[in-house]
Design a protein around this ligand. Structure first.
Ligand code: WT7
Length: 635
């Protein structure tokens, strides 16, 4: 069984061992899994190229470890509970035996539809059990899944399908989220009309049963492809370093990149961190409210919990539907023991008043988790008092799509908590702070750029189809270090507090949005000449999107213009990237070499223009005053 650390003393000891002898430590963890062939060598790495390999020569199938391995001991135990958007509908649950059978049936259906090892399959679906079943079925036969969050637009979906040249798309008819009903299949059709030549088949899961158009010879129903499929499917023999999945994420520049995770290391690390960060005990019911369209859902709804033999909840809805008590109702109903959500949700629910959690019995909760963005002190204390009743430790987990699993987090009940700090590294993780020149800051109490010195099993291997980009973004800023893009502070005891992104990435409600992407979208509006996008503090979302726009001639109706800009951003990226505020400007502050001074734009957007300081070196210092003026009237 995977090691579960039980005291702070043990943590310190294990951490020390894991850093002194990392290969020995991870080999011991890896041995607790089922391998078809044992690895020959634990690790080879080179951060310059980068070239990172774990459990070299090992053969395995992650689904054999998520499912088959548990059948004897917990075949009848619930593996997955699905809670629908509409609370009046019954929830569904699958035992490990049932989930195993469903995965095998769909794996066989994939094979019957021409999917082979190494093929890419795109999933564009709401939070229904078929999404979890679908990705596990891919992993079963060695196909690579690429899940695209169902809130992205047809355009964004098409880009991702093309980048990975997916052979198949799996979707649903509609997505019911809160009071909304989103025509998912129609969006897929629209995406496929944008030249996604690689797609041969579309499999449509009937979710709401609403009307959809099916294209002959291309589109098939989920329930039809399953007909006659066997409940058994031999797991494909995968190399440790074969690709398990691709997941797209935004960066400071260019289009989203496909982060690649591989089979062996990802399996070992997600299981290990799940068991330790949540202190999951047999029989517990665990709920992570994330969407499987993001890494949190991959690692801590599906893979981590199932690898650990846990009972994991999948929730289709939103925190405020039908009312702001929904999360707490679900916690009471399923007697949730570990609850994992994002600060933005906590803040949104906190704003609705204490009466909502007050209506429900939350006594089953043992551990609370937070992820995606820094948690502010007010939200931390509300979460602690109103949800945890002061008795459930909060784990503020820091990690990224690229890291595959949690890297810095307290261990609940073991670490003495320090509010708003992600605190200490997981075993095997060697963080450091560097200054702008890339020099490591050795002093304990310090602030700097957060980097990781040594590889860990679930780290990014490449960006799909563009290895140079992976090198450039993560490994070229500082020699021999993985650069996270985050700034952090470290206290005298070595505890880390994550401050936030230091690059041109905005964290909106825990979702990563690249400023360049939003600018490109805004620039598609016919009247826009140039735009610059920055983040600004937002009470609920953490950060909001603030767009400065130079228009061709005066804007006749500002409200109409704002609607049009929102519409174009929604079309190009999706509603999550809509600017919260728009300021029409005559010019943007630029350096003499023509670079936009985003620092100034951030200060103006935050209403902190008094902190801008000297602007005399700008090419056009005169614009700053007009920017400050205009900020008050931003749309
Ligand atoms: C970025 C990664 C990893 C799951 C969800 C987001 C920010 C993440 C925390 C935290 C402060 C956090 C960082 C990071 N972030 N967790 N506990 N405290 N900031 O994944 O979309 O890849 O975004 O989210 O800025 O770099 P992601």
């Amino acid at each position: 069984m995977t090691l579960q650390i039980e005291s702070f003393q043990e943590y310190k000891k294990v951490y020390k061992e894991s850093v002194e002898k990392p290969e020995k430590f991870w080999a011991a963890q890896a041995r607790t899994f089922t391998w078809m062939k044992k690895w020959d060598k634990v690790l080879e790495w080179n951060f310059k190229k980068p070239d990172i390999k774990w459990f070299i020569g090992g053969k395995l199938n992650i689904t054999e470890n998520c499912l088959d391995r548990h059948l004897k001991s917990r075949g009848k135990q619930t593996a997955l509970i699905w809670e629908p958007n509409d609370p009046s509908r019954p929830y569904q649950s699958y035992t490990y035996q049932e989930l195993y059978e469903e995965v095998c049936r769909f794996a066989n259906a994939l094979k019957s539809n021409g999917i082979k090892k190494g093929d890419r399959v795109c999933f564009y679906m709401p939070m229904v059990p078929e999404l979890a079943i679908g990705i596990l079925a891919c992993a079963r036969i060695g196909a690579i899944h690429s899940v695209v969050f169902a809130g992205f637009s047809a355009n964004a979906l098409a880009d991702r399908i093309k980048d990975a040249s997916c052979k198949m798309v799996v979707c649903s008819d509609y997505n019911s989220r809160g009071a909304k009903n989103i025509p998912v299949k129609e969006i897929v059709d629209e995406a496929l009309n944008q030249g996604c030549k690689s797609v041969e088949t579309v499999i449509v899961h009937k979710n709401t049963g609403g009307a959809v158009k099916m294209k002959k010879n291309r589109d098939k129903w989920w329930h039809d492809v399953l007909k006659g499929q066997k409940k058994e499917c031999k797991p494909a023999k995968m190399d440790s370093e074969d690709i398990l999945f691709i997941l797209y994420t935004s960066g400071s520049t260019g289009t989203p990149k496909g982060v690649v995770h591989t089979c062996g290391g990802y399996m070992v690390y997600t299981c290990f961190t799940f068991k330790n960060v949540f202190q999951y005990k047999k029989g517990d019911v665990y709920w992570c409210t994330a969407d499987i369209g993001w890494i949190t859902g991959h690692s801590y709804i599906v893979y981590g919990p199932l690898l650990a033999g846990a009972t994991t909840i999948m929730f289709e809805g939103v925190p405020t539907y039908p009312d702001p008590g929904r999360f707490w109702h679900v916690c009471e109903k399923h007697r949730v023991n570990q609850f994992y959500t994002a600060p933005t949700a906590i803040r949104a629910l906190m704003a609705q008043g204490d009466q909502w959690p007050g209506h429900y019995d939350l006594s089953s909760i043992k551990v609370l988790g937070s992820v995606g963005e820094p948690i502010n002190s007010e939200a931390w204390h509300w979460y602690d008092e109103k949800i945890g009743k002061g008795k459930s430790p909060i784990v503020d987990t820091w990690w990224q799509t690229e890291t595959g699993g949690i890297l810095i987090s307290p261990l609940p009940g073991l670490h003495k908590l320090k509010p708003c700090y992600a605190q200490l590294p997981m075993p095997g993780i060697q963080p450091c702070l560097v200054d702008a020149e890339g020099k490591e800051i050795k002093k304990k109490e310090a602030e700097g750029l957060l980097c990781i010195k040594f590889p860990w099993p679930s780290m990014i291997r490449t960006t799909y189809g563009d290895h140079e980009r992976c090198r450039q973004v993560y490994f070229s800023t500082f020699e021999n270090l993985y650069f996270t893009g985050d700034g952090a502070r470290r206290d005298k005891d070595g505890h880390y507090r994550i401050i936030g992104r230091v690059d041109d990435v905005i964290n909106v409600s825990g979702h990563r949005i690249g400023t360049a992407e939003v600018e490109n979208a805004i620039n598609e509006h016919a009247q826009v000449i140039e735009s610059a996008v920055v983040g600004f503090p937002h009470d609920i979302k953490g950060q909001g999107i603030y767009a400065y726009i130079i228009t061709d001639g005066p804007v006749a109706d500002k409200e109409v213009f704002k609607k049009e800009v929102n519409a174009v951003v929604t079309e190009v990226i999706g509603p999550i990237a809509k600017p919260d505020r728009i300021q029409i400007v005559a010019g943007l502050p630029k350096t003499r070499s023509g670079k936009i001074m985003r620092r100034i734009l951030r200060k103006v957007a935050a209403g902190e223009a008094d902190q801008i300081g000297d602007v005399s070196t700008l090419l056009n210092p005169e614009v700053v005053d007009s920017l400050k003026e205009g900020q008050k009237e931003a749309l």
